[in-house]
Design a protein around this ligand. Structure first.
Ligand code: SF4
Length: 446
C-alpha cells in the first residue's frame, strides 16, 4: 500500500504553531507521512488564524486552489482547523463544500475520528466550546529537537476591544501544574533544552485552578519556579504576559530562576491613556512604565519587546504623539508594530471614527522609523560582549543563526548543529540581529 501523506499549513501565532505540532503528531500516529506537495497529499490541513487582516480571503483563496485537485482525487480530505474554523464554522463548508472537516480550537483531540467519519459519512464539523483535553497532552511532531512549546493555559478572560481571541479560544482554562511539569520533564529527558510556556495571558495562569486540600492556587510564579527545577532544561521562555498581571512575585520568580531567560514580551498596544481605555486595557501609561522600571531593576540586562497598534479607532495625532513619547522613554529592544484594521467579530470593528488608511500608514512609518533607531542603538550596546547562543540552524546569511538568552538573533560562522550552545563574541549590530564570531572568552551568562 502506498504511503498516506499529509500537507499542513500553519497561519498565525505560536499557539497555532503549537497546535500544528499536535496535528502533525496525531496524523503521524495514524500512519501519515508529511509532504510539501498538495498533489500527493491524502489529507491537507489549514490551521488558520482569525487575527490577521484578510485571513478569510486568504483561506478561501487557498481552498479555491485545492478544488481542482479534490475533483481529480475525491479521496483527498481537506481540513480547516484553528481560530477561523472556530469563528466561521458552517460558513466554511457553505462557501467551500469540498472541505471535509472543520475542527475548532477546542476539538483537536477528535481530529482523527472526524477524518475517519468523513470517509463514510461525508463532511464533518466539531466546534465544541470547551477544552476537555489540552492539545499539549496529544502526541507531537516537532520540527526541532531542542525546543518545545508547552501550553500552560488556553483562552482569555480579558475583553480587549480589538481582539478576537476570547471569542475563538474561550475563557481561560489553566492546565494542572502536575501535567505541565510532567510534560516538561519528559521533554527534557528527550533532549529538549529550551521550552516556551504558552498562554494567551500566561501570568494569570492558575487563577481558575483549585488544589484539593489546599487553600492556595498554583500561580504563574510557582510554575516558573517548578519548571526551573527540571533537570536537563537550560532555558525557559514564556509568552505572552499581560502587563496588568505582572506582579512582584512573578518578577521575583524570574529573577530567582536561573533558567528563565532575560527577555520579556510586554505588550503596550498604545501609549495614550485615552486609547488604552477604549481598548479596554486595564493599565495606563505611567503604570506601564513603572512596571518596566521594576522589571529592569530586578533583572539585569533584560531585553524587552512589545506590541503596538497604530490607528486604533478615534486615535488622534495627540494620542499618537503620546505613543511616540512613551516608545522613546521605554527604549524597547524590539517592537511588533501593527496598523489597525477592523477584525470582524471584535467590538472595535463596529466603532465610529475608523482612521483613514493613509493616516494610519503615515503614523506607522513614523513609529517604525523611531523604533528602528532605538532597536539599533540597543543592539549596538551588545557589541564587544560575549553571549551564550543556542544554535537554531542556517540563517539568511548562509552561516549559522542562533539566539541569545535575551532573544537576540545572532549570525555567525561555525561548525555546530541546532541545539548546540556556543559562546559568541558580538562584533556587529543591526536593528534586528547581531553579527558574531566564535568567542575566545566564555560568555558572562551561561
Ligand atoms: S489579553 Fe490578549 S488575548 Fe486577551 S483579549 Fe486582550 S489582547 Fe486578546
Amino acid at each position: 500500500m502506498s504511503e498516506r501523506r499529509y500537507l499542513l499549513r500553519t497561519f498565525g501565532c505560536q499557539m497555532n504553531e503549537h497546535d500544528s505540532e499536535r496535528i502533525a503528531g496525531l496524523l503521524t500516529s495514524d500512519g501519515y507521512v508529511a509532504t510539501e506537495e498538495a498533489a500527493e497529499a491524502s489529507v491537507v490541513v489549514f490551521n488558520t488564524c482569525a487575527i490577521r487582516e484578510n485571513a478569510d480571503n486568504r483561506l478561501y483563496g487557498n481552498l479555491g486552489h485545492l478544488r481542482p485537485l479534490k475533483q481529480a482525487n475525491p479521496r483527498m480530505r481537506i481540513v480547516v482547523a484553528g481560530c477561523l474554523a472556530q469563528k466561521d464554522g458552517g460558513l466554511i463548508q457553505e462557501k467551500a463544500p469540498w472541505v471535509d472537516v472543520v475542527v475548532g480550537t477546542h476539538a483537536l483531540p477528535g481530529l482523527l475520528e472526524l477524518l475517519h467519519r468523513a470517509e463514510t459519512k461525508g463532511p464533518q464539523m466539531d466546534l465544541s466550546e470547551v477544552t476537555e483535553v489540552f492539545p499539549s497532552a496529544l502526541p507531537a511532531l516537532r520540527e526541532v529537537r531542542h525546543h518545545a512549546w508547552v501550553s500552560i493555559a488556553v483562552g482569555c478572560d480579558n475583553q480587549c476591544t480589538f481582539c478576537i481571541v476570547p471569542l475563538v479560544r474561550g475563557p481561560q482554562l489553566s492546565r494542572p501544574i502536575g501535567d505541565v511539569l510532567a510534560e516538561v520533564q519528559g521533554l527534557a529527558r528527550n533532549g529538549v533544552v529550551e521550552v516556551t510556556l504558552l498562554g494567551q495571558n500566561v501570568n494569570t495562569y492558575g487563577r481558575d485552578l483549585t488544589v484539593p486540600d489546599s487553600p492556595r492556587r498554583p500561580m504563574f510564579a510557582d510554575l516558573l519556579r517548578a519548571v526551573n527545577r527540571v533537570e536537563g532544561l537550560r532555558r525557559i521562555r514564556f509568552t505572552s504576559p499581560h502587563p496588568h498581571e505582572f506582579t512582584p512575585d512573578v518578577i521575583d520568580a524570574m529573577a530567582g530562576s536561573d533558567k528563565v531567560c532575560e527577555h520579556i514580551h510586554f505588550p503596550l498596544q498604545s501609549g495614550s491613556d485615552r486609547v488604552l481605555k477604549v481598548m479596554q486595557r486595564s493599565y495606563r501609561r505611567e503604570r506601564y512604565l513603572a512596571w518596566l522600571d521594576a522589571i529592569r531593576a530586578a533583572i539585569r540586562g533584560i531585553a524587552v519587546s512589545t506590541d503596538i497598534i497604530v490607528g486604533f479607532p478615534g486615535e488622534t495625532e495627540e494620542d499618537f504623539l503620546d505613543t511616540l513619547e512613551l516608545v522613546g522613554r521605554a527604549g524597547f529592544d524590539q517592537a511588533y508594530t501593527f496598523q489597525y484594521s477592523p477584525r470582524p467579530g471584535t467590538r472595535a470593528a463596529t466603532m465610529d471614527d475608523q482612521i483613514p488608511k493613509e493616516v494610519v500608514q503615515e503614523r506607522f512609518d513614523r513609529l517604525v522609523a523611531l523604533q528602528e533607531s532605538i532597536s539599533l542603538e540597543r543592539m549596538r550596546e551588545q557589541v564587544g560582549t560575549t553571549a551564550e547562543v543556542l544554535v537554531e540552524g542556517i540563517g539568511r546569511k548562509g552561516g549559522l543563526q542562533g539566539r541569545t538568552r535575551t532573544n537576540r538573533v545572532v549570525h555567525f560562522e561555525g561548525d555546530h548543529v541546532p541545539g548546540d550552545f556556543v559562546d559568541v563574541a558580538i562584533v556587529g549590530a543591526h536593528p534586528h540581529h547581531l553579527d558574531g564570531e566564535p568567542a575566545r572568552e566564555p560568555a558572562a551568562v551561561s
